[in-house]
Design a protein around this ligand. Structure first.
Ligand SMILES: Cc1cc2nc3c(=O)[nH]c(=O)nc-3n(C[C@H](O)[C@H](O)[C@H](O)COP(=O)(O)OP(=O)(O)OC[C@H]3O[C@@H](n4cnc5c(N)ncnc54)[C@H](O)[C@@H]3O)c2cc1C
Length: 451
């Protein structure tokens, strides 16, 4: 069968089977769907299935299987490497499946597979409830949860995946399965860390927590103050209470100069938090400070302002046990040599609950205190002639940190090119993860991370 005939057959079978629209290149909904967070991704799939129901998803999986077409899943579109799309493949787009239902008595939410952190928090907020999310409201919850999910509430309540109660997935054969501690428990174990490698999550039940509002502090310091303030944060993290979370970074400042940011979130009793946060200003007077009490959903909207949609990006990651000595020197030197005024290095401190659970409780591969380093080269599409220079900056910094870093890395940011890190990202969970994968998806229909 010619490629054209095949395309028309798949297109018409999908149109027949799905309630949602099926679109190809040139259609405005196609162009909207292929626009991801990272404008450096230019992948052009053959077809996009804009699913609206679980049975749309099941039909799309079955038809892709029948014609052995590459299948990918798009939700919030924040995977920086463009995992959501494959060249000439079929995309299951979940952006019309974003409903959230709150059970305030049980403190649980049921959300569809395409729901973002913003969708979830907007629904939970009227009940003074919050969920563990990443530090951004437009990130898809399923993608975040299945890879890990570091966020401002992680020290207190664990990673986002530690708050998953159950998930319903369309599996490779198009059938649906529910996974929880009591049903398909091996699958439940694997999707908490193993990424979108097992099926399409059409709905999830997650745990919610009480929090009317949180205390947020953002301090900016000059780059020269970086050694002192980052060492202070490193020491502080050892004994910090679980109500406090810390993200530090080297970022472009308001006047274009590179600055150090310390972003603290306190989710405990407010007066105690104010007292504790003041320690950071006593240690070193910041260039600017913003301390405010706000709803958790509004905190995420604040984080959104640090990230611009539609720029080109290249992301690298390392896990560090601590940030001091050689690794601190390397980061500071790279911070002083940033090639683009938009690039960032951020350090998210992981301690508390997420670092105390047993390693084998989920597939996630690191359960000890650590720092998640994200190195993001960012440039505007107009500056694409210098793309290689910007990419080299993040890659060189990542390579330079290798000796001081733990051997793995955060799977939600690693790609097939980072194979040296991928093989260590799951620690002793790797073999079990591979066994579960070969049981539930023996023909590799879902290829999210290369483990
Ligand atoms: C600006 C930015 C900020 C970020 N901040 C954080 C952070 O604070 N903490 C953190 O932990 N991570 C963070 N991340 C990483 C982010 O959590 C992952 O990239 C996540 O996979 C994005 O999910 P998505 O739905 O938005 O992305 P998409 O690109 O739509 O999806 C990525 C992949 O996830 C899988 N997937 C998504 N939804 C489903 C589903 N319903 N069923 C099956 N598979 C699915 C698929 O394999 C899909 O291809 C950030 C990323 C960016 C770009």
């Amino acid at each position: 069968m010619s490629i054209q005939l095949l395309f028309h057959r798949v297109f018409s079978e999908l149109k027949e089977a799905l309630q949602g629209e099926v679109v190809s290149a040139g259609h405005p909904l196609y162009e909207k769907s292929v626009k991801l967070w990272n404008a450096a991704v230019h992948t052009r799939p053959a077809l996009i299935a804009l699913c609206t129901t679980d049975s749309d998803v099941a039909s799309a999986v079955r038809i892709a299987g029948k014609y052995q077409w590459d299948l990918t899943v798009r939700a919030g579109g924040h995977d920086w490497s463009g995992l959501a799309l494959s060249e000439n493949g079929l995309v299951i787009d979940l952006s019309n499946m974003r409903k959230v239902m709150i059970d305030a008595d049980k403190k649980e939410a049921v959300l569809q597979g395409g729901a973002t952190a913003g969708d979830l928090l907007a629904a939970a907020d009227p009940y003074n409830l919050v969920a563990v999310t990443g530090a951004g409201s437009t990130i898809g919850m399923a993608g975040l949860i299945m890879g890990g999910g570091y966020g401002p509430l992680t020290p207190k309540y664990g990673l986002a995946l530690d708050n998953l109660i159950s998930a319903t997935l369309v599996m490779a054969d198009g059938n649906m399965l529910t996974a929880s501690e009591t049903e398909n428990a091996d699958l439940f174990w694997a999707i908490r860390g193993g990424g979108g490698n097992f099926g399409v999550v059409v709905s999830m039940r997650v745990r919610l927590h009480d929090a009317a509002s949180v205390l947020s502090a953002q301090f900016l310091y000059p780059l020269q103050a970086a050694p002192g303030i980052l060492m202070f944060c490193n020491e502080y993290a050892r004994t910090a209470p679980d109500d406090l979370s810390m993200i530090t970074g080297i970022i472009p400042g308001p006047d274009g100069e590179t600055v150090v940011i310390v972003a603290l979130t306190w989710c405990g009793e407010i007066t105690a938090g104010e007292y504790l946060i003041a320690a950071f200003t006593y240690f070193q007077k910041p260039l600017s400070e913003k301390v405010q009490q706000l709803r958790y959903k509004d905190l995420l909207a604040e984080f959104d302002t640090f990230v611009t949609q539609g720029n080109c990006n290249d992301m690298k990651t390392r896990w560090l046990k601590e940030l001091k000595g050689q690794s601190l020197d390397i980061i500071l030197k790279a911070g002083a040599k940033i090639t683009s005024g938009l690039s960032t290095i951020t350090m998210q401190y992981c301690y508390g609950r997420a670092a105390k659970l047993p390693l084998d409780s989920t597939a996630f591969g690191l359960r000890e205190p650590h720092i998640l380093v994200l190195i993001t080269s960012t440039w505007t599409p107009d500056d694409d002639v210098h793309a290689e220079t910007h990419r080299r900056w993040s890659r060189d910094l990542c390579a330079d940190l290798a000796d001081d870093a733990l051997p793995g890395g955060y799977p939600n940011v690693l790609t097939k090119a980072d194979i040296a890190q991928v093989q260590f990202a799951y620690g002793d969970n790797l073999q079990r993860l591979r066994t579960v994968k070969s049981h539930y998806d023996p023909y590799q229909v879902f290829n999210s991370y290369p483990f």
